[in-house]
Design a protein. Structure first.
Length: 219
């Protein structure tokens, strides 16, 4: 058994794919969109996780008018607000979040505030007191803006933070912010995070002497 101990002044937590598994909803909506656009699912799927929808669309269809992307993104978001069937907590996420009481942490998600609250509630997870959501940033992951804003809000240097992420875009954003990244889940293992766990059952939390957090990672 391999055990790593990681300390940080604050934790910056992605939501979809990291704390909650919403893949069923996300992939259904995107597969429908891809079919309408005449795009092969194999070219679409790798780009849908971690980014705001308009950015994914612009990468797939660079000549498409931005207004069309924004309109499709809004429609898909509106549909996903009412579709939380199959949205569940990642194993161990509830216990993990409960252990963060008193530890500086923030949610950093590409979902907007309303959708983030709905998905966290669907997974039976508490919504963190500090959250950076889509409407609060100008740039989507893999840009580090969201993580930098969260660190600033918590009053912590980004380099002292640990980002928890599952997607290629999210891991790239965390590293670009100057933070270390704990990859969560099978998807994350492919994108060279600083550390990796299969889910939160492999993580235990304790409060560090300086008021930060100590994670023990069991692999």
């Amino acid at each position: 058994m391999n055990i790593q101990t990681v300390t940080a002044s604050a934790l910056l937590l992605d939501m979809d794919g990291t704390l909650v598994n919403s893949d069923a909803v996300v992939e259904r909506l995107w597969s429908e969109w891809a079919a309408v656009q005449g795009l092969a699912w194999g070219s679409v799927e790798p780009l849908i996780h971690g980014r705001q929808g308009w950015l994914t669309m612009s990468l797939l269809l660079p000549d498409r008018p931005p207004a069309d992307n924004l309109a499709d993104e809004k429609r898909m978001l509106d549909e996903s607000r009412e579709d939380v069937a199959g949205v569940v907590a990642v194993p161990g996420a509830g216990v993990f979040l409960a252990a963060l009481d008193g530890v500086p942490h923030a949610l950093v998600t590409s979902a907007d505030d309303d959708l983030a609250r709905r998905r966290m509630a669907a997974g039976g997870l508490p919504f963190p007191a500090v959250a950076v959501t889509a409407e609060m940033v100008r740039a989507s992951k893999p840009d580090p803006e969201g993580f930098l804003l969260a660190a600033s809000t918590l009053g912590v240097d980004p380099g002292a933070c640990l980002v928890l992420e599952d997607s290629e875009a999210g891991i790239a954003a965390g590293l670009a912010a100057g933070a270390r990244v704990l990859g969560v889940g099978e998807r994350a293992a492919s994108y060279s995070p600083t550390y990796w766990v299969p889910d939160f059952t492999a993580v235990s939390v304790s409060v560090a002497h300086d008021g930060g957090v100590r994670l023990m990672l069991v692999g």
